[in-house]
Design a protein around this ligand. Structure first.
Ligand code: ADP
Length: 641
């Protein structure tokens, strides 16, 4: 019987291309992926069997077998776990259900080294078999069903799913017809070595069965268990190597970076449980996907219960993965009971505390080499934006998070802490000043910084959208209020700063007259026009009103359709700037410069909008005005030459 293959979903096709072009250096990781899937399948069946013991039937000892047949160049990984029916096979092995996959694939550049890093964060799972095999046959029967199914593919043309001819044992077997150049995998020594390296932590026995080489009647090898088969988290910490921890992390997190750090402890007392949690070092590809959840699996006395208990960790720790194994909960506890249960709430609190304490410990670790960033700073660069969500979501952790937070500022290029900032505050400076925008690099050149810079006052440069939300929620740090340099009146006059050169200012009366005329010219386009305290080298800037929302937050909300009207802006003029001085001259009574002043005012407003990153309402008009003034300037230059 032959059926035309069903093509793979487009995304699978692209992942397969990557796999077959062998982005992975270590091809043997396919075995880790298969064992990991088999172990999950056994966990799921064990859980299901709590309420339906008949599912285990005659075959209650869950195990994984690796059958190596050098004669057929075949490796088969067999489990007696939950199994898959026809739909499961098509769905799980023909599509990639993970959210964010399309976006992940878009990011691939075709450059092998960067793609390798990305795909490491993504994990190709089952498809890694096509690195070593040119034909893969999966036979499976789902627990509780009678019919077995066969899925087969060469990893190119698509796949076929058919009814199995004869009886199929419960669970799944994956047979790999190895490529010619993967023959080296057919050795007992290699398989043992791979399992020891990558899968020793698997809590289910892994049995190796070597099929004797044809013609060799002398060597007879019995099936042998090749892993320790005790749950890693139950072993004493002193007996677990970093390598073993790392491989366990790869298994639970389905990601392939080095863990940044881990916490492994047993809580005793009111609640008894063991937790082994990992903090990754590289961003998972779906970190900002709204569907992203933490990767902590809940076990009850070594039996897997669920990996979907959102309440076990807050959203702002969604990059953490690992295992929590409770001694107190009922084995047959339902997810609904767990969600609102006191036990889970209490565990969550303790887990958060442990994780934050561990991060605080890591934050003290110095850089490996002088001049290199400290490990914690690299971590913060990857995950800081997520941790900052905790600042407004979680009052209880706020204080610790503020200490863990790192910032860019006008003081050098590195990361600083809020304590660093407070320690450098000038005499008379009462607030922690910040500006926010789309990138630190762009913020560094913002005119809003000019006055502060002239006085040597440090300013935090914030570039994460989340900054707009936590700052208003937090309000202050150790009694010092956060203050935006782009909002309201900023008064640096009381700050005793570094010596600054005096600039001649426009006389007050002249300035008042100019401001009145500019206001008239701009009408409703601005809410107010006033002299600026924050500028030194630039002529103008736009700021938000004292009680308004920050300019960037407003843009952000408008982009996300959360806000439809723009609130009024305030245009500030720098009374020390040459252009403003000249304009004040033009504004003197009876000079007859009304139209010119009008045009200049509009030009200035557009200029301030550009600096602020706001779109120009009428770019054509801006360009015409600009050209007219430039032409006049040039005309003057040629005339006087
Ligand atoms: P991942 O394991 O990251 O979800 P995979 O590509 O490795 O991705 O596997 C896809 C899905 O196929 C798994 O989530 C699981 O539902 C199913 N699957 C794979 N192997 C097995 C197996 N041995 N037994 C039961 N289900 C399996």
């Amino acid at each position: 019987m032959s059926t035309a293959p069903q093509p793979f979903e487009a995304e699978v096709g692209r992942v397969l291309d990557l796999v077959i072009n062998s982005l992975y250096k270590e091809r043997e990781i396919f075995l880790r992926e298969l064992i990991s899937n088999s172990s999950d399948a056994c966990d799921k069946l064990r859980y299901e069997s709590l309420s339906r013991p008949e599912l285990l039937g005659e075959d209650p000892e869950l195990k994984i077998r690796i059958v190596v047949d050098p004669n057929e160049r075949l490796i088969t990984v067999v489990d007696n776990g939950i199994g898959m029916d026809r739909d499961d096979l098509a769905q799980n092995l023909g599509t990639i259900a993970r959210s964010g996959t399309a976006r992940f694939l878009e990011q691939l550049s075709g450059d092998k080294s960067t793609d390798l890093k990305l795909i490491g964060q993504f994990g190709v799972g089952f498809y890694s078999v096509f690195m070593v095999a040119d034909r893969v046959v999966v036979r499976s029967r789902k627990a509780g069903t009678e019919q077995g199914w066969v899925w087969a593919s060469d990893g190119r043309a698509g796949y076929v799913v058919e009814e199995a001819d004869g009886p199929v044992p419960r669970g799944t077997s994956v047979s790999l017809h190895l490529k010619e150049d993967a023959k080296d995998l057919l050795s007992e020594w290699r398989i043992r070595d791979i399992v020891r390296t990558y899968s020793d932590h698997i809590a289910i026995p892994i049995i190796l069965e070597m099929v004797p080489v044809a013609g060799d009647t002398k060597t007879k090898r019995e099936p042998a268990q090749i892993n320790e088969a005790s749950a890693l988290w139950t072993r004493p910490r002193s007996e677990i190597s970093d390598e073993q921890y790392k491989e366990f992390y790869h298994h639970v997190a389905h990601s392939f970076d080095e863990p940044f750090t881990r916490v492994h402890f047993t809580a005793e007392g009111a609640l008894t449980y063991t937790a082994l949690l990992f903090v990754p070092s590289a961003k998972p590809f779906d970190l900002f996907d709204p569907k992203r959840r933490h990767g902590v699996k809940l076990y009850v006395r070594r039996v897997f219960i669920t990996d979907r208990l959102d309440e076990l960790l807050p959203r702002w720790l969604r990059f953490v993965s690992g295992v929590v194994d409770s001694e107190d909960l009922q084995l047959n506890v339902s997810r609904e009971t767990l969600q609102h249960g006191a036990v889970v709430a209490k565990m969550r609190k303790q887990l958060v505390k442990r994780l934050l304490d561990e991060l605080a410990r890591k934050a003290k670790e110095p850089a490996a080499e002088a001049g290199k960033p400290a490990p914690y700073e690299a971590f913060w660069g990857e995950f800081g934006a997520v941790l900052k969500e905790g600042l407004y979501e979680d009052q209880e952790s706020r204080e610790k998070l503020l200490e863990l937070a790192r910032f860019r500022s006008t003081h050098g290029d590195g990361w600083i802490t809020l304590d660093d900032y407070v320690g450098r505050m000038k005499a008379g400076q009462e607030t922690i000043l910040y500006i926010s925008g789309d990138s630190v690099a762009a913020l560094r050149t913002s005119p809003m910084l000019e006055a502060a810079r002239a006085k040597g006052v440090e300013v935090l440069l914030l570039e994460d959208p989340v900054d707009e939300f936590w700052i208003p929620a937090v309000g202050d740090y150790k009694g010092k209020k956060f203050q935006s340099l782009t909002k309201g009146a900023v008064d640096l006059s009381k700050v005793v700063g570094d010596a600054e050169p005096e600039t001649p200012l426009v006389a007050e009366g002249d300035l008042g007259r100019l401001i009145a005329k500019v206001k008239l010219a701009l009408g409703d386009a601005v809410k107010d026009v006033r002299p600026s305290q924050r500028l030194r080298d630039s002529a103008v800037c736009l700021v938000a009103a004292d009680n308004g929302i920050d300019l960037r937050l407003e843009r952000f909300l408008r982009q996300h359709n959360q806000l439809d009207t723009a609130s009024g802006r305030i245009l500030e003029l720098n009374p020390g700037h040459e252009l403003i001085r000249k304009m004040a001259e033009l504004a003197k009574p009876d000079t007859g410069n009304g139209t010119e002043l009008d045009e200049l005012s509009k030009l200035l407003l557009d200029q301030a909008r550009i600096i602020e990153g706001e779109p120009l309402p009428d770019p054509g008009a801006f360009s015409r005005r600009m050209s007219a003034f430039l032409a006049r300037g040039l005309g003057g230059a040629t005339a006087s030459a």
